[in-house]
Design a protein around this ligand. Structure first.
Ligand code: ADP
Ligand code: MG
Length: 318
């Protein structure tokens, strides 16, 4: 049982967007708890709302209903306690590698501290920030690229800088939206090992979105699948739900041999069917929510088979 503090709590979250004159539900009652040090991978078919969920956690958009907390504090907008890395365009093109990584720290100094701190002190802060950034970039094998601009870097290097840029702020949770999706296979494998190294070194909390099944199972300690392919008794199944929330066996981080293991092969088919196959719509009672922190910890059998998810939730909260 994981008794680490709760970092992320997504509670009864719905999100609808206007679509052709009406509201279309994208996220339908999403519940999620993540504890410190977890490496969660979120998998789901294209268009199921993965990026939408990340935007809600980031605070750049608010839920239609429900609420989200980071370390017990309600999310009302973006904050430095959440870092994000996108597939592309996380970097400022007109800034060098070093400037990109220092930027967040500097912005903070100027925004808050400068009004209260003497000039000499400010210069000291700046030196300190630069050293901190250099140290981090060294550790990420980018020490000799400090003065390069993003367009002079390979895709993999750019993503390493983007990760450094997010990590230097020491966020409570690092959000990643298909960060390796645009890389070629070899670079992608290198980057997977890279992010695992960073996780091992810092034991940070990571919430990693991907639509690549093998990547999700290889990187994560826990797999969450968000999908619009499911059935309910009421036919009100518009919007995606969490259909799988389970621990990924094989320890963490896993050896690269896991990618060719029988263990992985056995999970692949099950997860693909449950999450990604539009022709296989499981009933909400069949969701695999076996993780200790998954919302529905009471088995469907205990509730009777014709009750729907909502009434189960109602009963649990009364
Ligand atoms: P994913 O990241 O899983 O591929 P997204 O979260 O990007 O999915 O999108 C989920 C759905 O929400 C898509 O159908 C998309 O068209 C829709 N959507 C996303 N953002 C908006 C928006 N701002 N306005 C209207 N519809 C949106
Ligand atoms: Mg997306």
């Amino acid at each position: 049982m994981n008794d680490q503090p709760l970092i992320l709590h997504v509670d009864n979250v719905y999100k609808a967007y206007p679509d052709q004159g009406r509201m279309r539900m994208i996220l339908n009652d999403v519940d999620l708890k993540v504890r410190q040090g977890e490496f969660v991978t979120l998998l789901g078919p294209s268009g199921c709302g993965k990026s939408t969920l990340l935007r809600l956690i980031l605070g750049s958009e608010l839920p239609t209903k429900g609420h989200i907390e980071i370390a017990g504090k309600p999310v009302t907008g973006p904050d430095r306690d959440r870092g994000i890395v996108y597939q592309k365009y996380s970097l400022f093109p007109h800034m060098t590698v070093l400037e990109n990584v220092v930027f967040g720290l500097e912005a903070e100094e100027f925004g808050l501290v400068s009004r209260y701190v003497r000039r000499a002190k400010l210069a000291q802060h700046r030196r300190h920030n630069k050293e901190k950034a250099q140290e981090m970039l060294d550790r990420m094998s980018l020490g000799s690229d400090l003065n390069k601009y993003p367009h002079q870097l390979s895709g993999g290097m750019r993503q390493r800088v983007a990760i450094a840029q997010a990590m230097i702020m020491e966020p409570k949770i690092l959000l990643m939206d298909e960060p390796f999706g645009a890389l070629d296979d070899n670079t992608r494998t290198d980057m997977q090992l890279f992010i695992l190294e960073q996780w091992e070194r810092t034991k940070m909390t990571v919430f990693f979105v991907t639509h690549d099944l093998v990547e999700a199972l290889f990187l994560g300690s826990r797999l969450i699948v968000l999908s619009q392919f499911y059935k309910t008794a009421k036919e009100d199944n518009e919007g995606s739900k969490i259909v799988t929330d389970r621990a990924i066996p094989g320890g963490h981080p896993k050896p690269t041999s896991f990618k060719n293991s029988a263990e992985l092969a056995a999970m692949l088919e099950d997860v693909r069917r449950r999450g990604l196959d539009p022709d296989f719509a499981q009933h909400i009672h069949e969701f695999d929510l076996s993780h200790a922190d998954a919302y529905q910890t009471v088995s469907a059998a205990e509730w009777g088979s014709d009750q729907d998810h909502d009434s189960q939730k109602d009963q649990r909260t009364t």
